[in-house]
Write a protein that binds this ligand. Structure first.
Ligand code: M6R
Length: 614
């Protein structure tokens, strides 16, 4: 949601900023803009719609060549996505330009103040008010850094702000509260980005900004302070992926590339998790074994796909550790007065590490003395930074808005957590844990095998371009897979899709079944006969009412053949691990169907990759 870029150095500021914005496109946006300073003057260009609209204008009339610039992709909150509401916004005297990610909650009061001062506001945004406030400060004689400090002290809400002042053309100043921002450290040049993708082409050294901090950046210096000007030490980190990881690698969509990267992502997420003696170790786990032994309840909080990973985790953690687990949508968690204390472990799952609902939920949990463990894919992001412990997922950058490898690697991290807790609590024998680890280590090959059958799934998807509604059924760990399969289809193909626990069908949803309705069914492995046979009965029930059944069942399962109009084979794996293979055909199905419908798979309408507002 909203992408921010800043640059100071010898390259063309306009081009470097536009490059950075292109790498942040995946975050979701509906307008874009850039501002530079040259010869004491501000030049701004901005356009509604995709970055290409802005680039077209800049080809015809480039901004002056400058070595300092800021840019923004906006996901509309206050006011519709049009040229005027697009960022950057300038103050009334066009001395200061400013971009913003987040929501200023006291903007009505601030707007009143600015308008009372005879300022004319051109847009409907909260951001323009901040631009005016900063400009008022510099016009009163203070420098841009002091101006930013004073303004930040007046703001409520969530914000990343980045500003340039045409009277101080050597520096960029930025501030962050509850919204992401990282600094890229170059040689004789420096960068700002909503995430490291913005500058990964130029540097892999980065600085993590903390809550309520301000950074001032020139070509050769980066200084971080709090909102009151006190210096603070920011954490430097090295980005362990490079530009090629952020490119499409010959695929038509980032999403498709990321689906095919899943065997590698799962393998990477398993690397280094065992000692030479074969015991599980979680390096970033900053909770002591005694603390884990004292945990008597786990609450998993997450949103969207991460929430479904949490639902699978519940089955695994309860089975292997006998510790009760609740799974809760992060956006609901705070509002139900949850019962938590020092013996509750909160597991916050987030690919981006910046989801506002999840961040606010962990803050609430920590205020109630609960321990928080983050499962996250993004080093330097807010959620792991504010947690007591973290398990990183090592999926590499996920650019497609629809999560794929993020989900699979979250599942791996959840299994590892469950097994680690079983080891610490002694609820499973060492050889049982070893056996599951061996099965997990075989999963990349199984996923690869499913991917080899992609063409069959694509054909099936293309034959469904006319479908208006699709149901997904699953049981046990296959139920969250059904929900995730439906979410993928909604997000990408804009088709009505719903996932159900198969046993719940006859309590209502079966009324939806009519002739020809496609129903995708995740069939549990045969080892757990009670589950498998119940699922087969559910499939018979919908088929008897005219549904077109597409069954995902393990190789050799012939019992399903009479009831499947279409059969997709899965490798034989244990029921708890089956989500790692069963979701893959559903991802391929949604990706291909959306492609056939002519949709933008990487940037579906109305969606943002990282939802940084509540
Ligand atoms: O970055 P997070 O994992 O916290 O994001 C959570 C959801 O916003 C995310 O999973 C969303 O549902 C995706 N679009 C799913 O494909």
């Amino acid at each position: 949601m909203c992408g921010i870029v800043g640059y100071v150095g010898p390259r063309s500021a306009q081009d470097t900023v536009i490059d950075g914005l292109r790498r942040l496109e995946y975050r979701g946006y509906d307008s874009a803009g850039v501002a530079v300073v040259r010869d004491g003057l501000l030049a701004v260009e901005k356009r509604a719609g995709k970055l290409a609209n802005l680039e077209k204008v800049l080809i015809e009339a480039p901004l002056p060549r400058a070595d300092i610039g800021i840019g923004h992709t906006r996901w509309a909150t206050h006011g519709p996505p049009n040229d005027v509401n697009a960022h950057p916004h300038a103050g009334g005297a066009r001395r200061v330009a400013l971009v913003h990610n987040g929501i200023i909650e006291n903007f009505v009061e601030l707007r009143g103040r600015v308008e009372a001062d005879d300022h004319v506001l051109l847009s409907e945004t909260d951001t323009e008010i901040v631009a005016h406030l900063v400009e008022l400060q510099v016009q009163s004689g203070v420098d841009i850094v002091t101006a930013m400090q004073r303004v930040c002290q007046q703001l409520d809400g969530a914000f990343t702000l980045v500003a340039i002042d045409s009277h101080e053309p050597d520096k960029i100043v930025a501030a962050r509260r509850n919204s992401p921002l990282v600094v890229g450290l170059g040689d004789g040049e420096n960068f700002l980005g909503s995430d490291v993708a913005a500058f990964i082409e130029f540097t892999r050294e980065a600085l993590e900004l903390g809550q309520d901090q301000i950074v001032v950046m020139t070509r050769d210096e980066v200084l971080v302070t709090d909102f009151w000007g006190n210096p603070v030490q920011a954490r430097q980190f090295h980005v362990d992926w490079d530009l090629s990881a952020a490119e499409k690698d010959g695929h038509d969509w980032f999403m498709r590339k990321e689906i095919f990267e899943q065997p590698r992502a799962v393998a990477d997420s398993l690397i280094g998790r065992r000692t030479a003696a074969g015991k599980l170790q979680l390096d970033e786990m900053r909770l002591a074994d005694e603390e884990l032994r004292d945990i008597d309840k786990i609450i998993i909080i997450a949103c969207g796909t991460s929430f479904y990973a949490g639902m699978v985790a519940k089955y695994a953690i309860e089975h292997w550790t006998r510790t009760p687990v609740e799974v809760e949508l992060a956006s609901e968690f705070r509002y139900r007065d949850p019962i938590i204390d020092a013996t509750t472990l909160i597991v916050a799952i987030s690919q981006s590490g910046e989801t506002a609902d999840t961040l606010q939920a962990i803050r609430h949990a920590r205020s109630q003395k609960a321990k928080v463990l983050a499962i996250c894919n993004t080093n330097g992001s807010s959620i792991p930074r504010e947690s007591d412990a973290v398990i990183y997922t090592h999926a590499g950058p996920e650019i497609g808005v629809a999560s794929t490898k993020g989900f699979l690697t979250q599942l791996v991290a959840c299994y590892l957590l469950a097994l680690y807790m079983a080891q610490v609590k002694g609820t499973r024998f060492g050889d049982e844990i070893d056996e599951v680890m061996r099965q997990l280590e075989a999963m990349p090959d199984h996923i690869d095998k499913v991917l080899q059958g992609a063409e069959q799934v694509y054909e099936l998807a293309r034959s469904h371009v006319g479908s208006r509604s699709v149901l997904f059924l699953g049981r046990h760990a296959g139920y969250p897979v059904a929900l995730e399969g439906a979410l993928k289809l909604k997000e990408l193909a804009y088709i009505h899709a719903e996932g159900f626990a198969a046993g719940e069908l006859k309590h209502g949803p079966i009324a939806l079944v009519e002739d020809g309705l496609p129903v995708l069914c995740v069939v549990p492995p045969r080892g757990r006969d009670h589950l498998h046979d119940k699922m087969v009965s559910g499939i018979q029930e919908v088929r008897a009412r005219g549904a077109h059944t597409i069954c995902l069942a393990e190789e050799g399962d012939t019992s399903i053949e009479p009831y499947a109009d279409h059969l997709i084979r899965l490798p034989g794996v244990p029921v708890l691990l089956q989500p790692l293979v069963a979701i893959v055909p559903l991802q391929l199905f949604a990706c291909e169907l959306a492609t056939a419908l002519g949709h933008d798979v990487d940037q579906p309408r109305n969606l943002a990759k990282s939802v940084t507002v509540e």
